[in-house]
Design a protein around this ligand. Structure first.
Ligand code: SF4
Ligand code: SF4
Length: 387
């Protein structure tokens, strides 16, 4: 009798979902504004059923997504199958709808992530880790192994390119450097130093995290953070199509989108059918980064630590290195990416707080900022893949 060789355990990281609970909020349906793609076998199943076939779109709103997806009502409203914020085909809904609020990223290992734009996150209810384990079991080992093998090749090639061009830094070293710079990442002068370093500094190969952090602290704080936040913030809403604008769900479960129009940020309530109603109009120059109180800063730091441990974010910095032709040391690129995202989140938190008549950011305002931001962070281009 031939004995089969024992298979090594798959490297799966559940640390982000561990200990978290969530509960789906009636009347939220934020997930149903993210156009779901259909896997090839689902596309066949949907096309073969007259009711489901009605909802199949020719292409996804995002030009980067190839393949079949479900239509959005009015081209930028909710999913075709949503009715009064309830799914009409709940038992038949596709794979991507079944994942929310968990994301599965495959890089050099498999990592389970919590989508922190979900307002149900942290409410008493189901264990997110149990849900994540159920999701992993549904894929089956063979599927996960083959996806992992493909993604590992991409990461290996990235590391080889970094070495060949002399810009390599170990992943753990850049993450440790970011962790040791958490105070700077949540502070105006600190952010300015990191961004100045990211744009002008140079790190020797294999510099330790301590050395990288020292280099950052020695950098001049030249980058004008308020100015940059304003430019990036306004740019965020300067998109040609309503379907591409970032979506915010407020505390009363109202869906909101914002568009840069006639030099103003115009806020609209988004209805299920894709119609919109203007509810505010703000001069972007009136939105400044607000001071953050101690508890808010601690929440912001905690969130940025989560971002720092996400493999998809590291894959995003790798993507940036690649499009920059490996011009900068990977440590610089990585710290620049995390600082830019910290600034984006701070600006979004300030923007929403301004809409709510606030002048300082505490935990509630930072939480609102995270709700507005995390879904977009998880959608950044990356190497590796969400499956
Ligand atoms: S975002 Fe969260 S609370 Fe809202 S519908 Fe999706 S899972 Fe439920
Ligand atoms: S199929 Fe159902 S669960 Fe999925 S996005 Fe559409 S309405 Fe929501």
């Amino acid at each position: 009798m031939q004995l089969s060789r024992p298979q090594p355990d798959l490297d799966i990281d559940y640390s982000e979902v561990k200990g978290k609970t969530y509960s789906c909020i009636d009347n939220c349906a934020l997930c149903c504004l993210c156009q779901p793609e259909l896997l090839p076998d689902e596309a066949t199943r949907f096309r073969g059923n007259p009711v489901l076939a009605e909802g199949v779109a020719e292409r996804h709103i995002s030009p980067e997504v190839k393949g079949t997806a479900i239509k959005l009502k009015g081209a930028h409203g909710a999913c075709h199958f949503l009715e009064s914020r309830r799914c009409r085909i709940y038992d038949l809904r596709p794979h991507f709808c079944r994942l929310f609020p968990v994301n599965v990223f495959v890089g050099w290992r498999i990592q389970l992530l919590a989508n922190l734009s979900c307002r149900g996150m942290g409410l008493p209810g189901s264990s997110l880790e149990d849900e994540a384990r159920r999701i992993v079991a549904r894929y089956g080992r063979a599927d996960l192994c083959s996806q992992l093998e493909l993604a590992k090749k991409v990461f290996t090639e990235f590391v080889r390119n970094c070495r060949d061009t002399g810009v390599a830094q170990s992943f753990s070293s850049v993450r440790n450097a970011a962790d040791s710079l958490m105070d700077e990442l949540t502070d105006e002068v600190g952010l300015s130093r990191i961004l100045t370093f990211a744009e002008h500094g140079r790190t020797r190969l294999n510099a330790s995290p301590v050395d990288i952090a020292k280099l950052v602290r020695r950098s001049d704080a030249v980058a004008d953070i308020q100015e940059r936040a304003l430019m990036d913030g306004a740019e965020l809403f300067d998109l040609p199509d309503l379907s591409l604008l970032p979506i915010y769900i407020d505390e009363k479960m109202v869906w909101e989108i914002f568009e840069l129009k006639d030099k103003h940020i115009v806020g609209y309530v988004l209805n299920e059918d894709g119609t919109t109603e203007e509810f505010t109009r703000i001069d972007p120059n009136d939105v400044e980064l607000m001071p953050i109180d101690e508890a808010g800063r601690s929440m912001l730091g905690e969130y940025l630590s989560t971002v720092n441990s996400r493999d998809c974010f590291l894959g995003h910095a790798a993507y940036l290195s690649d499009i920059d032709d490996y011009e900068f040391n990977f440590g610089q690129t990585y710290l620049g990416a995390i600082a830019n995202n910290a600034l984006d989140l701070w600006w979004r938190s300030s923007f929403i707080a301004k809409l709510n008549g606030r002048e300082e950011l505490g935990t509630k305002e930072i939480r609102n900022g995270i709700v507005f931001f995390d879904m977009d962070l998880l959608d950044l281009p990356t190497i590796g893949a969400f499956i």
